[in-house]
Design a protein around this ligand. Structure first.
Ligand SMILES: [Zn+2]
Ligand SMILES: [Zn+2]
Length: 359
């Protein structure tokens, strides 16, 4: 049974905080699936969206935030198949057009047609910071039978995006290879675990916060370095005098991107993931020859399945700080201040707290 209305955390104005609003519970049509949300992660991308002026994102307001959601199937449209009501799922929130060349290969994250429009649930279309989220197709759901929703939700972006970024550099991450992770927040702490789980590379982690470095060591980092006054020479001393095979920048500020460019080895990879507003300048002398620079976004549905498999096998574990729905805006404030360790996850409603395995 679904209630007629529900609470949703909606962005109603640019450059302002989202507000809790009462909205109708959607009724799934055609191939759509209604998912009751038991947990939804908060992402720095949300902060970036809500603090941006009108026109910076190709989204129309209002819409419900939340692009990391997990829960169970509540209702299926008449044309939907593959899942049953009650199935535990995590939602893939980057919804492509489904027909372009990228989407045809399952690469919704690189969809060329939705590139200049709404990007998915919580990204211009209604997302998971609500009691329910309407998903366009069952193909955007991955079953999570053995995972608690608070652990499953961050897999949808924090783990998926990190996994996709690491996978792109697998040929570099051989035995004896090394990876530098800059920023051990929501994504970076997952990247450390993923590097540990799927590569034999040595892992060096850089962050300003001692708590984040501590969490990175617990997650499998071989070395942690304080970003305070850190020089590329100090990074090289911990990787290889010739530089790092792969530098994954989950911050993306001018400072961290300069550090990445100066720390990478000739022929290495610089992967620019964080949206910290920085620029990476490419020119001879600024970055070594034969360097590959990547700017990935999300991952594929197939990769979300792989991430869920890693989590189900206990190989990766998302650290979550859990907040009530009413506290979502203040949780965003803590995220903005860098006070969240791991991922901030919001649990909508009392019933959902039970479903999330919290009480
Ligand atoms: Zn995100
Ligand atoms: Zn497409």
């Amino acid at each position: 049974m679904t209630a007629r209305t529900m609470q949703a955390l909606r962005l109603t104005e640019w450059q302002s905080d989202p507000v809790i609003t009462e909205v109708p519970v959607p009724d799934p049509q055609a191939s759509e699936v209604l998912v009751e949300v038991a947990a939804a992660g908060l992402c720095r991308t949300d902060l970036h969206i809500m603090s941006s002026p009108e026109g910076a994102f190709p989204y129309t307001l209002p819409f419900t935030l939340g692009h990391e959601s997990a829960g169970h199937v509540a209702a299926l449209g008449p044309g939907s198949s593959g899942f049953e009501v009650g199935d535990r799922v995590v939602v893939y929130s980057r919804w492509g057009c489904g027909t372009c060349w990228q989407c045809a290969q399952g690469r919704d994250n690189a969809c060329v047609r939705t590139h200049r429009g709404a990007h998915g649930g919580g990204l211009g279309r209604d997302g998971g910071l609500a009691d329910y989220v309407l998903v366009p197709s069952a193909r955007y759901l991955v079953a999570t039978p053995g995972l608690e929703p608070v652990r499953a939700a961050p897999l949808a972006d924090a783990a998926l995006t990190s996994y996709h970024a690491v996978k792109l550099s697998l040929p570099q991450l051989h035995s004896g290879g090394n990876a530098v992770v800059i920023g051990a927040g929501g994504l970076g702490h997952m990247a450390v675990q993923i590097l540990k789980a799927i590569t034999p590379a040595r892992i060096v982690v850089v962050d300003l916060r001692s708590g984040a470095l501590e969490m990175a060591r617990a997650a499998g980092a071989d070395v942690t370095l304080s970003a305070e006054g850190l020089t590329p020479e100090q990074v090289r001393a911990e990787t290889d005098p010739d530089g790092a095979n792969v530098v994954l920048d989950f911050v993306g500020s001018d400072t961290t991107l300069s550090l990445a460019a100066a720390s990478v080895a000739q022929g290495g990879d610089v992967t620019f993931v964080g949206r910290g507003g920085g620029e990476l300048r490419i020119a001879p002398g600024l970055i070594p020859y034969e360097t590959t620079v990547r700017m990935p976004t999300w991952g594929t549905v197939e990769e979300l399945g792989e991430v869920v498999a890693l989590a189900s096998a206990g190989k990766i574990h998302s650290e979550a700080e859990v907040y009530d729905f009413e506290d979502a805006v203040s949780a965003y404030g803590k995220l903005r201040q860098g006070e969240v360790l791991g991922r901030a996850v919001v649990v909508p409603g009392r019933a959902s707290r039970v479903a999330a395995g919290l009480n």
